[in-house]
Design a protein around this ligand. Sequence first.
Ligand SMILES: [Zn+2]
Length: 665
Amino acid sequence: MLTFAPIRRFPLVATLALAATSAAPHSVRHAPARLPATPIADSLRILYIGRPAGWEHYELSPSDGGMKLTSDYDWVDRGKRSHTQLTITTGKDYALKTFETVRIGDTSRTVTASVEIDGARAKVTRNGKAADVPVPDVAYAVSSYYPTAQHLALIRYWQSHGSPKTIAVVPGDPNPLTIRKRAVDTVGSGASRVVLTRYTIDGAMWGINYLWLDGEGRLAMFATGGGAGLSFKTVRAALMPLRDELMQVATRAQMAELVDITSRTKPLAEGKLALVGATLVDATGAPAVPNATVVVDNGRIVAAGPSASTPVPPGSRRIDVAGRTIIPGLWDSHAHLHQIEWIPTYFAAGVTSVRDMGSEWPLLVAMRKAIRSGTVTGPNLFFAGLIDGPGLAGFGEFSAATPEEGRAIVRRYHQLGFEMIKIYMALAPEVVAAICDEAHKLDMRCTGHVPNSMDLHEAIDAGMDQLAHFPVRGDLTTDEGKKQIAHFLAKKTIFDPTASWGEIGGKSATEPMENIQPVLQHLPRPLLQEHVSSLGQSPSDTGASHARLARMLANIKAAHDAGVPIIAGTDEGIPAYSVYRELELYVKAGFTPMDALRAATAVAAQAMRVDKDLGTIATGKRADLLVLDANPLENISNVRTVRFVMKDGRMFDSAALWTAAGFTP
Ligand SMILES: [Zn+2]
């Protein structure tokens, strides 16, 4: 669809990790191996952001004194099929002998990863590269998250080795896998009542994966956020009638972990506060105010201005922030909250408002409720509900084949409290028009992608108020381009260009990621190894990548100069840090640092129509602000120097938030 649209990559096999139990004592008190008395052959429905998208069939059976697991994972992502097979063989106690994943093409069969253990050594082959590595006494392998039946074998391995707190991972990764038995969940009632045991697996990728086993030791459900990717679940086919309940079970499980993570950090200050001495950049566009005072009470800004004329009220706690800079809390206007780890990560980075552009609604609704009630500390959340066309070409849970279906889904999202609709690519033109019409009647707005059935200007005329990814063809500085801009202005179209995602998606494989993001040492290792290392693999050379980005930036700048609102969004990228990069790219495009900052503050709040409360630092607004070590008007990269994060008048230490989120500050 777009020449510059980045392709979201799913590593078929991300890191292949051999795992060994960390403590020898566990190996001497092995529980007896719980090999299945009878073989299990079962089918799992693959749910991709809630949409049935394929099947996983697995078989676990005693074999050769141990067990053998085979699994076939076959699914379709927006019309594109992906098919993987897994084979694991073990000795007794589930001790690993071999592990292999194979990618099945129409006419090909490619081994993507394999492990063969021979005594204390293993031959590991990954994407064609072989290595011989040492293996501790007891070892296990995991690869990415699918086929998901591999986790059934991992759990049994863990159970039969004394359920150790952590499982060390070799080679080369000091971060262990952490497996925990968390809770018992029940679904159904009467004869259909099913009791499930919930486990969490952490460390194989960014974020926690969740697994439920039923009373017979079968895999009932597996849930993942995809490690900064997209959410997947597999659900035992026989349990699909209980699907809605299972989604709620998964949501509760994720929320329990989110509460756990965010409760680790307490505010440094709250109540009646006065931040004194910093340079104030209020993001209204007004010049910076040196030596300013910002007074906060009851979660709101009650005064902001030069310290000489802004006294600290009696009873307010004075906080000296001389030499630093205060800006409004940042926004990411293109997020996908597929896993709970986004919440603490955004917050640590100073992103105090986030617009989700398409994720599973039960988790979104639960996260927002918890944040609003104060159970969880995190950003303000706004939602655009994803709607696409029917069939396997479509994306997300809700499909509309007709205008009436489209309208009904809009009403459903409205009931759930969504502010916007996200249009996706397989929708028919008359359905898009009906969706936008229904949304406008309910005072909602529409954003998203240009459907394949329309061009950009037809989509705008059909009622799309906003567009993601800057899907503009041609050169906006030409006469033809100026006509396009005139259309955007006439329709008041707002764009979230996701330039940082475009930069990553189009980055040549040879250009170091450090050129784009000098932060890699701060990332949790699984995020770096499983996600970031798979980004930016374009076969084009660096010169061509840079030229393509420069063309996109020139068009964004032309639109901005003409008065088209530009709001900063990341479409995930490198979690939270991509917000900073987005602003750096706007300055590279020629925006002033103030205008770049406004794209992630004031203009973003206007686009969501919440600028009465958010987006700038002014009397009466909610006290969502950041204290930076350096002034971003001098260098936009100073936006990376967040020291304190304040939301609704509660001030947190950014470094402590990063630590709680699993990053190195
Ligand atoms: Zn997106």
